[in-house]
Design a protein around this ligand. Structure first.
Ligand code: 5GP
Length: 112
């Protein structure tokens, strides 16, 4: 079972900010910004590289949840960033697809 499945099953503690039948969201344990939330589907798709058209609705829902959380945490006016890391060069460390919501400070570009 992946780390994020264990968080979704409440087997590993996390500060959960959203849960529904398909998606879970929680504060990142090592935040890179004042607001750093991980949005993951319950379905353990390993990475973006495994996505097919069957997952289009699920991926859309992840983005919608992220935008709702940005509004909930009051960072939608100042702006934020959504990031999918994919694979080694993309910086992915947990092999369970997830979206990062980062905000609460000026973010640099391009990323390092
Ligand atoms: P990735 O590097 O795969 O794009 O993102 C994985 C994220 O999961 C990292 O930002 C990392 O800090 C976070 N993370 C890793 N282990 C845990 C954990 O046990 N709990 C929480 N809340 N976040 C974790």
């Amino acid at each position: 079972m992946t780390l994020f499945e264990q968080i979704a099953n409440h087997e590993i503690p996390a500060t959960i900010v959203h849960e529904d039948a398909d998606i879970i969201a929680f504060h990142d344990i090592k935040p890179q910004a004042p607001y750093h939330i991980v949005i993951a589907p319950r379905k353990p798709i390993p990475s973006l590289d495994y996505v097919t058209g069957d997952e289009a609705e699920l991926l859309g829902k992840m983005i919608v949840v992220a935008t709702e959380l940005a509004r909930k945490f009051g960072i939608s006016d100042t702006g934020y960033r959504l990031v999918f890391n994919c694979g080694r060069h993309g910086g992915q460390t947990v092999d369970h697809i997830h979206l990062h919501l980062l905000g609460g400070r000026q973010l640099g570009w391009p990323p390092g």
